[in-house]
Design a protein around this ligand. Sequence first.
Ligand code: F7E
Length: 309
Amino acid sequence: ELLLTKGYEVYGVSRRSTRENKNMMNSEIHQRFNHVTMDVTDASGIPALIKDVQPDEYYNLAAMSHVGQSFKEPNTTLMIDGYAVSCALEGIRIYAPNCKFYQASTSELYGKVDEGESLNEQSPFRPRSPYAAAKLYAHNMVSVYRDSYNMHASCGILFNHESERRGLNFVTRKITNGVARVKCGIDRHVSLGNIDAIRDWGHAKDYVEGMWMMLQQESPDDYVLATGKTASVRDALEYVCDLADLDFKNVYKINEKFMRPADVPYLCGDSSKAQRVLGWEPQHDWKSLLSAMYKHDLTAAGREVYTYR
Ligand code: F7E
């Protein structure tokens, strides 16, 4: 959407599915949007597409992005989040060497960090999930291609970024949607896992702008994008319950099913490099983000009650 508003011709890839992909459908009305049905793990498909389209910029956001699920599907995760990235890099090296490449790296790379630590581009990576391990392979491959072939390839080490479009099984959306449904009397409670986890949550709108800024630089590099402010899952739940005028203690239940074999307890990012070099600055913090998400989900839950009755 950001690229379309900037006048780009966009090719968006998604796997064949028997269900509609709503985000894609919304964008499809745009004349400069071309939807391509493709699996990014297909070793010949992506390079052939690169050869055909000759893109100026390539944003690799494709991933098995659910950290909890990656423990259940470690090998699929490796294929999508690791192997597919080297297929794309090879495709660019061979067929479109001047194409700029953006890789969605992640704060999950840091893994186990001490509470209070502020993480930047120099902080060590200690992955704690199959997701993070696969993403670390991709992160390293980007720097290999940058150094070996002089490619304009950059990694955005992005901390959690959310919006009203966030999948329902990620914790922010689970909270905003869950509390809205409790408020409307559809559900009785929200089931959660580790509510002590602390994250640095920002708005996806701010973060896509940062991705684009990275590719407009003369030289490629890696950048942290983060708000620098943290809240626990419990804080997020309590805040949204306050918006709903509900007592959070009555709203949630802990379910072991949502606990991970190993969780990342604390993440807080230091985006001073992105602010200094790119001029990037986030416009939202976790409270304005959750308020917007809750408002959206409350409207949807209200509509559901209205339709049913
Ligand atoms: O979990 C805890 C959970 O799944 C956040 C992805 O976009 O950001 C995201 O990864 C925290 C974790 O996001 C539930 O254990 C408690 O500590 O919303 P999440 P994530 O794992 O931080 C990074 C930057 C990415 O790169 C990823 O692709 O919340 N938590 N109870 C829960 N998490 C979920 N999903 N569901 C719960 O019921």
